[in-house]
Ligand binder design. Structure first.
Ligand code: UDP
Ligand code: MG
Length: 316
């Protein structure tokens, strides 16, 4: 029989959190008196998390392991979780207990009120550096401004998705994924529930600045043409300014002024325009690279079937 609830946990080197996570999650899920499963996606951990997941699964068959062949990244790990989950309502949660499992009950209550996407809004964040808080806040606001889908502010991937939503998400096989954008894009009946984001239970963040930047880039390029349009705007601005400059220079020269003589002015103008052009080319390259990645059509992730054993995808 298919479970009512699925909880997806992406795991990357979280050995210190897993037992506590399982204990708290199973307690919360048991209190619903419904059937459930926890899909633990091991994203190429090297600290023994893999063995721990397999041990948890051996002790409790409701824990279903999906072991990746290598590290594919958080968004891809969650995607695999969506592919493998079978529940009527699917919850995505981090392994580090920053998203308190108890909040799942609030999400479930909204789901019972027939909402199909219930996202958790971070009203407060605990135990994170000011740098992370500021960059995260800027990130959410930038995405909100320049993308076409209105992704709710201050929401991460901690959310509940109804089976109907998961089925649609599973059809979207794009490679550079920004799941919260995708789940906002598909519509359906959505609502937010606010919660207090705790600090990490153990270990350190697996999202260094570089990965956050990549996620931001994926979010922007997947949901907006703004960077491409910027080249056009810059072109118009530069062309406009230079047209305005022509009469100014002519009048100054006729008046006998010796301004704008020499190589420095020319050099600066050339270097400036060259720089702007290279930046625009880079932006173009960013999009073309993504098209190239899609065209190759490689699988999004590779599962180590032998180790994952009992786990199979929802359609199978
Ligand atoms: N994670 C993952 N693959 C990665 C990086 C992170 O599966 O390459 C998982 C990680 O184990 C955690 C979740 O994604 O369960 C969120 O990561 P983290 O807590 O480090 O991010 P932060 O909360 O600091 O933004
Ligand atoms: Mg975290």
């Amino acid at each position: 029989m298919l479970p009512t609830f699925s909880v997806i946990v992406p795991v990357y080197n979280e050995i210190g959190c897993l037992q506590e996570l399982y204990d708290r999650l199973s307690k919360v899920l048991d209190s619903t008196n419904e059937s459930w499963e926890i899909v633990m996606v091991d994203d190429g951990s090297r600290d023994g998390s893999t063995e721990k997941i397999l041990a948890l699964s051996a002790a409790d068959k409701r824990v279903r392991p999906v072991i990746f062949a290598r590290n594919f990244g958080h968004q891809i790990a969650v995607t695999a979780g969506l592919d493998y989950s079978k529940g009527q309502a699917v919850v995505i949660i981090d392994a580090d207990l920053q998203d308190p499992p108890e909040v799942i009950l609030d999400l479930i209550n909204k789901w019972k009120e027939d909402y199909q996407v219930v996202f958790a809004v971070r009203a407060e964040r605990e135990g994170e550096t000011w740098f992370k808080k500021i960059t995260a806040s800027m990130f959410y606001r930038l995405i909100f401004r320049i993308t076409d889908v209105k992704i709710p502010l201050d929401t991460g991937d901690f959310r509940l998705l109804d089976r109907s939503v998961v089925n649609v998400m599973n059809q979207m096989r794009e490679r550079h994924r920004f799941l919260r954008g995708m789940s906002a894009w598909i519509g359906f009946k959505q609502i937010g529930v606010s919660y207090k984001r705790a600090s990490r239970f153990a270990g350190s963040t697996k999202y260094p600045f570089k990965k956050m930047l990549m996620l931001a880039l994926n979010a922007i390029t997947s949901f907006s043409y703004f960077p491409l349009q910027m080249a056009t705007y810059l072109g118009f601005i530069a062309a406009g300014l230079s047209i305005l400059a022509i009469p100014v220079v002519m009048i100054e020269r006729l008046a006998g002024d010796q301004a704008f003589i020499g190589q420095a002015t020319t050099l600066i103008a050339v270097l400036f325009l060259g720089g702007v052009q290279l930046i625009c080319l880079g932006i173009l390259g960013e999009y073309i690279g993504r098209v190239y990645d899609e065209v190759k059509g490689r699988p999004l992730y590779i599962v180590n079937e032998k180790m994952s054993g009992i786990s199979e995808k929802s359609g199978e």
